[in-house]
Structures are given as C-alpha cells and as structure tokens.
Design a protein around this ligand. Structure first.
Ligand code: GCO
Length: 444
C-alpha cells in the first residue's frame, strides 16, 4: 500500500482509559471517577483507578511505540491533573507528568499529539453545570492556555476535543456516559459550548504555540444507515447523519448551524453575538474518528428520539461492541465530506480507527488477533481509495495502543495492539502490532 510522503502513522489513547494513579500527585476528581463509581454504570463496577498503570509505566509504553515505528502519539491530558478544581493556578506535578511524557516521546523521535479533553471534566465544574453552562467554555480556554504554555514549545499537533458528539449525546442526552444526564436531544447548549470552547481555547493557546503548530477537533463521524429502503427509515437515517456530521462540522466549514437539525433541538439563547465567528477558528485539520455506521429505523409512537437506534441487520459483521464493520463506509464518508464542504474542508487526519476482538492469549502467550489485522488492512485500503479520489488525508492513528478501560464496558473489551494482562498489567504485543510495524516500515 502506498501513502503520500510524510504520512503520519500513529496510535491513540486517552488519559482516563490508561493512566490510573487517579489520586496521585495532586490530581483532582473528574466526572468519570464519580460516574464509574455509581453502581450499575460500568460493567462489574470497574473504574479507571488503576487502568494500565500508564502513569507509572509510560517509559515502557513509549518504548513499545518506538519499536512499533509510529511517527506520532495521540494522548490526552487529564484536566483534573492540571487544574484539580478546573480553575486557577496549575498543579505543577500534573503538568510535569505530561512534560516528561513529551520529552520521552521526542527522545524516541515520536511527535506528541496532545488532546486536551477526552471526557474527564473536573468534578467541581460538572457540579456547577458542566457543559450546559457557558462558563465551562471559558474555563476550558484558561486550562488550554496553561497546557500550551508548558508543552507548546515541543508539541505541534493539537486537538482540543475528542468527539464532542459523544460528550453531548452520550453524556447529557442518553445518560450512558458521565455525567449521565438524560435530556435526549435537548443538548444544544452542550454542543454549542463545546464547539465554542474550541475557538476560545485556540485563541488562548496561540501565543504559546510554535509557529508551525496546527489545531483541530477529533469528531466521530459516521452515517446513519436505514435498516430498510422504506422512506420513514431513510428519513430517520438522514436525520442521524445530520446530527452526527452536519451539527458538528457545518459551524466550522459552512459558518452556521444546520437549520434542519435545529428543528429537533431546543436552541434557547445559547448562541451570542460573535460566537459564530469563533466557531470557524482554529481548524487547520479535521480529525476523523471512524468505527462504523449506526443503523436506525423510524421512531415508533412514544419513542423519546425521532429515530430508533438498532443493531446492524443480519449479515453485517460487527465487532465485540456490536458496531457494524464497514470499511467502504470510511471512503464514502471522506467523499461525503469533500462534496459537502468543498474548498472549506481542511486536510484530514484519521485520529481514531480500530476494533474490539476477543483476543485470548494462546498457551504460548501469543495473541493472534487476525480479525483486527483484517479490520485495519481494509480500512487503510479505504483511506487509499479516498486519497485516490481526491481526499487530502495526512495521517492515521490506530485506536488503541493498549487494551484499556473501555468506558461502560470496563475492561471487558479489548481495542489494543498490545494485550494488557488484567492482573499483572504485563504488556504483550499482539499479531496486529507486528503487522502494523511491518506496514509502517514498508511505507516509510
Ligand atoms: C472514542 C473514544 C475511545 C473509545 C473507542 C472505542 O472515540 O469513542 O475515543 O475512548 O475507547 O472509541 O469505543
């Protein structure tokens, strides 16, 4: 497989999913610490308290990445480590950790790609209303400036938010993720404050960033797919696509919110004068997290949403989380973005792509995850197709380096290229790790 010169090969992780050490070195409490302790929220009552012990084993993990040959590492910074209360003077020990991590990466020739927010809002800010309140966007900008001040001399690719749509819909709409609110589609203020906070953060970070620094958001973008060709199902699928793609990308690339989507969401008075200009700022690239499409049918009477999320139909392959596996959907999505946003669309970085497999080690300790190899191979071929058709894709990050805390699934689902033993945290590279290493070596 050939890729454009300078193509970035990476792996991605997030703080709460791997770090552990949640009570060390002055880290504050995040809304995920709180949420995961509520009985029934996470399988087997698991939490991120220990996770992969990455906070203490980061050198070993960077060595694994160096062997793998990745050119970049996408990690997230835990806001509560940097500002335990979500505001005010920084906690030096928290910042030191990320500074050491960045230095270690650079020693191995790996570019650090920090993400500032992967869902772990400091608890005091969540208690004060979280992303429902505008003040959180200003607090985020202040936090972003603190991190940029410390890491901005060494990191050049910056992501503010990971998947604002998951923050909004899973966190505040469906109650599946922290903070667990069930407002259904009544989450427009959350969406707006998240997107607004990107513009505010980029403005606050700029003075501290290197001249060659680029900034963007990682959105999870996927299509709604109708389970049947019936018009009501197609309409439902179109609405879901609009909620996932248009609602989050139109403000940046078309200069405003999609009015058809807003008919389904109470807008209130969240948008103030000057906000729309801020929404278009700081998009040097678009981060695309792609796993697979979401199947839907028309809503039934009494449903809380204007569509019904359903499992993929018979015959569609799915991963351990039940997500449909459709590599061609990635090329289709990239084409859709080209057509919808034309010259306003910046270069794209695939900031996450990966799958969960059973991954049971054989008696000799090897993990032969051939399904993951096939998943990555087919998705990278889809990226090639999109590039040939005109997409400007600059890089690809596998989700994830390590088996980790998979949110409400706890540790029961494995996404890693590296197997992590749940009792000893011993790391064992899987077959997919070796495959990815060979691929990177062959393409460089
Ligand atoms: C996401 C998150 C990851 C998940 C992954 C698998 O993109 O949803 O970045 O934290 O672990 O997506 O569900």
């Amino acid at each position: 497989m050939k890729f454009p010169p300078g193509f970035v090969w990476g792996v991605a992780t997030s703080a709460y999913q791997i770090e552990g050490a949640t009570e060390e070195d002055g880290r504050g409490v995040s809304m995920w610490d709180t949420f995961s302790r509520i009985p029934g929220r996470v399988e087997r009552g698991e939490t991120g308290e220990v996770a992969c012990e990455h906070y203490h084993r980061y050198r070993e993990d960077v060595a694994l990445m160096a062997d793998l040959g990745v050119t970049s590492y996408r990690f997230s910074v835990a806001w509560p480590r940097v500002q335990p209360d979500g505001r005010g003077g920084p906690n030096p020990k928290g910042l030191d950790f990320y500074s050491r991590l960045v230095d270690t990466l650079l020693e191995h020739g790996i570019d650090p790609c920090p993400t500032l927010y992967h869902w772990d809002l400091p608890q005091p800010l969540s208690d004060a209303g979280g992303w429902l309140v505008r003040d959180t966007a200003h607090r985020f900008a202040e936090y972003a400036a603190v991190v940029a001040q410390r890491l901005g001399d060494r990191a050049s690719t910056w992501i503010t938010h990971n998947e604002p749509s998951v923050s909004a819909f899973y966190g505040y709409g469906l109650g599946r993720y922290a903070p667990g609110e069930m407002r259904m589609l009544d989450v427009f203020p959350v969406v707006h404050h998240l997107l607004l906070s990107h513009g505010l953060a980029v403005r606050a970070m700029r003075p501290h960033l290197r001249g060659d620094a680029i900034t963007g958001i990682a959105h999870n973008l996927s299509f709604g797919r109708p389970v049947s060709p019936a018009p009501a199902d197609s309409d439902a699928a179109e609405l879901l696509t609009a909620l996932q793609v248009h609602l989050f990308c139109d403000p940046a690339f078309l200069g405003g919110y999609p009015s058809a989507v807003l008919e389904h969401m109470p807008v209130g008075n969240a948008v103030r004068d000057g906000d729309l200009a801020l929404l278009t700022e700081g998009h040097d690239f678009l981060g695309v997290n792609y796993y697979g499409p979401q199947y839907v049918t028309a809503a039934l009477p009494g449903d809380p949403l204007p569509f019904r999320l359903v499992d993929p139909p018979e015959g569609v392959r799915r991963n351990e989380l039940g997500i449909a596996i459709e590599p061609a959907g990635l090329a289709e999505l990239l084409g859709y973005l080209r057509t919808r946003y034309r010259s306003a669309l910046p270069p794209i970085i695939i900031t996450e792509n990966g799958t969960a497999c059973p991954d049971v080690p054989a008696p000799d300790g090897r993990v032969e995850d051939h399904d993951r190899v096939s998943y990555m191979d087919r998705h990278l071929r889809a990226v090639r197709v999109a590039i040939a058709e005109g997409s400007d894709v600059r890089g690809y990050y596998v989700w994830s380096l390590l088996d980790n805390f998979e949110w409400t699934f706890g540790y029961s689902k494995r996404f890693g290229l590296v197997h992590v033993d749940r009792a000893t945290r011993e790391r064992i590279p899987k077959a997919s790790y070796h495959w990815y290493r060979d691929l990177i070596a062959a393409t460089r």
